[in-house]
Each structure stands twice: as structure tokens, then as C-alpha cells.
Design a protein around this ligand. Structure first.
Ligand code: NI
Ligand code: MN
Length: 225
């Protein structure tokens, strides 16, 4: 069983009962955050890029917990400038690393990186018997069709906020291309500029695909099925 907890914005915790995998832990200064950086527990932190609303509290959480940061080398470098002696798992687009909970494949994202020489990415997270696509910040782009073919994700975590990423219409199209059985919207309602009606996204996505859309309020969890 894998439990998914949504902490708000793009911060999600996957817990298989033995390992905790955290994504983009922007908690301090996040008006939607449902946990404090000082309190969150994790073994791995996956970072999609170095913008402040993704890299967030990662260096301090990694320092406190001993969690390893999985990221592009340039993004890891930005973390190491803030905290010494971090555990890192450097990787790059197209690469797969085996980790104690399963494996992680780093895939492209169409977005800027927030650090010189870096590049934004998404992750395919294989944990227990589930495959979870964490899109990070991205525009809609046809590589998502390849993800459907190569990884057949059970869950797709997609940004719907618009302005900085794809909005609800493009995210619905992404869900169609990804053919995921389940979709969870992220990266919306944190600030007025990315305010969205998640119920509308659910309606248009479920009308266009066979996916089930799960709207999680920050601080709530679901079991992956
Ligand atoms: Ni960004
Ligand atoms: Mn962002």
C-alpha cells in the first residue's frame, strides 16, 4: 500500500510504509502548506527544478532528516550552497536510478530551471506496485505520449494553475495523452495568480478521458489504488 499526502502546491509525500519520498518541499512562506518544514519526515526528496516554490526548504529538510536529494546536478549545487554535507543523488534527463523503494526515472519538463545550466524535469516514481508521474512545472508537450507508452503511469500529478505552467484545459489534454487511471491536480490556488476551479478541471478531464480525478485539499491523504 502506498499512501499519498498532499502538503500543498507541488509538495507531495509518498509513503510505502517503509520509505518516505517527498517532492518539491516549498513549505516556509507557502500560504497553503499543511506541514512545517521543521516537522516533515522523509528519506528522499525529489526536486523538479530550482525555483523557490519547488526547491523551497529542501536543503534544510535534507540536513535535518538525512534525506537524500534526487535532482539535476546544477539543482543539487544550489542546495549545497545553502547547506553543507547533503546526501545527493545526481541524475539527468532520461536516466533511471534504483532506490530502496523502487526506482525513479527523470523525464523532461517544458519550463525554466531557476539555476544557470540547469533544466527543469519531471519524475516517474516506481514505488511498491505503483507508477506515479510527478510532472513538476511544465507546459503541455507531446513527450507525455511517450510516458504513456514507456511507463503507463497509474497516477499523474499535473500542474493546473496556468500562468507559470499549463492550465486546466492543457492539463486535461495531458491526462488524455498520459492515459493515467488517476489524476491529481497540483500547483494551483497557492496565490491568486494561479487560482483555479479544481472541480471544473475534474469535470472536463473526466468527460474527455477514463481517468478518475482526485482533488486533495492540502493536508489530506489517499491510498493509491
Ligand atoms: Ni517553476
Ligand atoms: Mn512553480
Amino acid at each position: 500500500m502506498v499512501k499519498l499526502t498532499y502538503y500543498g502546491h507541488s509538495c507531495v509525500l509518498l509513503d510505502d510504509g517503509r520509505h518516505k519520498v517527498l517532492t518539491d518541499p516549498f513549505l516556509t512562506g507557502n500560504p497553503q502548506a499543511s506541514v512545517r518544514a521543521e516537522d516533515v519526515a522523509c528519506d528522499y526528496i525529489l526536486l523538479s527544478h530550482a525555483h523557490g516554490d519547488h526547491l523551497g526548504d529542501a536543503p534544510e529538510i535534507a540536513k535535518r532528516t538525512g534525506a537524500a536529494i534526487v535532482a539535476i546536478p546544477e539543482v543539487l549545487g544550489a542546495c549545497e550552497q545553502r547547506a553543507q554535507g547533503l546526501q545527493g543523488v545526481p541524475m539527468n534527463l532520461g536516466g533511471t536510478v534504483k532506490l530502496p523503494f523502487g526506482k525513479v526515472r527523470m523525464v523532461p519538463a517544458l519550463h525554466s530551471s531557476g539555476v544557470a545550466g540547469g533544466i527543469a524535469c519531471g519524475f516517474i516514481i516506481y514505488i511498491a506496485d505503483k507508477v506515479v508521474y510527478f510532472a513538476g512545472d511544465t507546459a503541455l508537450f507531446p513527450y507525455m505520449k511517450l510516458i504513456a507508452e514507456q511507463d503507463a503511469p497509474d497516477y499523474a500529478l499535473l500542474p493546473i494553475g496556468d500562468n507559470y505552467t499549463m492550465g486546466p484545459d492543457d492539463a486535461a489534454r495531458a491526462a488524455e495523452w498520459l492515459q493515467a487511471r488517476h489524476v491529481i491536480p497540483i500547483h494551483y490556488n497557492t496565490w491568486p495568480v494561479i487560482a483555479q476551479d479544481a472541480a471544473h478541471f475534474k469535470a472536463i478531464t473526466e468527460a474527455a478521458t477514463t481517468a478518475e480525478v482526485h482533488i486533495l485539499d492540502p493536508g489530506t491523504s489517499c491510498q493509491l489504488v
